[in-house]
Ligand binder design. Structure first.
Ligand code: AVI
Length: 326
């Protein structure tokens, strides 16, 4: 198997995408970063995933939030007025549960969704302001994985930062600690952080969630190749790459791969890269880490938070942890 780099030129397309794809496909084993999933089509497919029967993640977290929303809000607020900040703007209906509980407690709730995508923020703003009149949306276009700046608070205000949806699970362990440390640095002592983490469970349940019978997750995974065909003018044949989801118990993570069905060569003119694949060779496209009980609290403590309370569902499949910045 050979790979023939010509030169990492033509970076006018998008430096970030070009260099990530070049680096990932030149590596052995090959990999691509999971943030590449989320173009417009990928975001739609992910929305679809959140509703499929096998993908318990969204449903389970939503049920925990619905059951404990007022307790979460009053514990976070104490005697203060809450300002709610959300990292990522994608989890609208779950956020709505918490915003509704906050709006029941105070006249006005300032809600600051932080996302790299201005489009996602505009959609969130229209939706929330339309449905929740007591909520004022102050969107912030920012890549919170790189840096985070928050609006200052009034003396009687306290922030509640939401990082729900198990998004932390898509970061490597070292990266997730760095991310939480950076978030902590942007917060004031007394502010609260609400983290949603997916827990280790029966392998068959995990397997089905990441390889559903209807093939939506497979389409989500393959869409990454469609994106490279469009944005880097690549010639990936989608039919020649299969979707594989595997549980890696040593690393406590679900992995997604795209597996080459044959020996083949792919040409990516946008980055002037010719890549050879052997039959059975994979591109590792995602890790989704699953936490054990106590892991999230330990991670939060390391990052400068004091865990306050953890809520789980009856089956113990998902955990929502409230922690205070110290
Ligand atoms: C966004 N993220 C939390 C999802 C997860 O479960 O890791 C992405 C996903 N990948 C496959 N299905 C859903």
């Amino acid at each position: 198997m050979t790979t023939t780099p010509i030169s990492p030129a033509s970076f006018h397309i998008s430096d970030k995408i070009a260099s990530a794809v070049y680096e990932g496909l030149m590596s052995r084993p090959k990999w691509l970063p999971s943030w590449l999933f989320y173009d417009a089509a990928g975001s739609r497919l992910f929305d679809q995933i959140t509703g499929i029967p096998e993908y318990y993640v969204t449903r389970t977290e939503r049920a925990i939030l619905a059951k404990h929303a007022s307790e979460i809000i009053s514990k976070a607020a104490g005697q203060s007025i809450l300002r709610i900040v959300e990292l990522g703007a994608g989890s609208a209906d779950k956020t709505r549960i918490l915003l509704t509980a906050a709006a029941d407690r105070q006249d006005t709730v300032f809600y600051e969704p932080v996302d790299v995508s201005a489009t996602a923020l505009v959609e969130a703003q229209l939706r929330i302001e339309d449905e929740l009149p007591g909520v004022i949306v102050c969107p912030r276009v920012q890549d919170y994985t790189q840096d985070l700046e928050l609006d200052s608070t009034l003396p009687n205000e306290r922030r509640l930062l939401l990082y729900i949806g198990s998004s932390i699970g898509n970061f490597e362990p070292g990266e997730s600690l760095m991310l939480l440390e950076r978030v902590r640095a942007a917060m004031d002592p007394g502010d609260c952080f609400l983290l949603g983490v997916d827990l280790v469970k029966d392998e068959a349940v995990l397997q089905a969630a990441y390889d559903d019978a209807g093939g939506v997750t497979a389409a989500f995974n393959r869409n990454l190749l469609t994106r490279l065909n469009r944005e880097l003018d690549a010639d990936f044949s989608l039919a020649s790459f299969g979707h594989r989801a595997v549980w890696n118990p040593a690393e406590s993570r679900m992995e997604m791969h795209l597996v080459s069905a044959k020996n083949q060569e792919v040409w990516l003119p946008g980055i002037e890269l010719r890549v050879n694949f052997e039959v059975g060779e994979s591109i590792h496209t995602e890790n989704s880490y699953k936490y054990r009980r106590g892991d999230a609290e330990a991670l939060l403590s390391k990052a400068g938070f004091a865990p306050q309370e953890t809520w789980t569902d009856e089956r113990g499949w998902f955990a929502v942890v409230l922690a205070r910045a110290v």
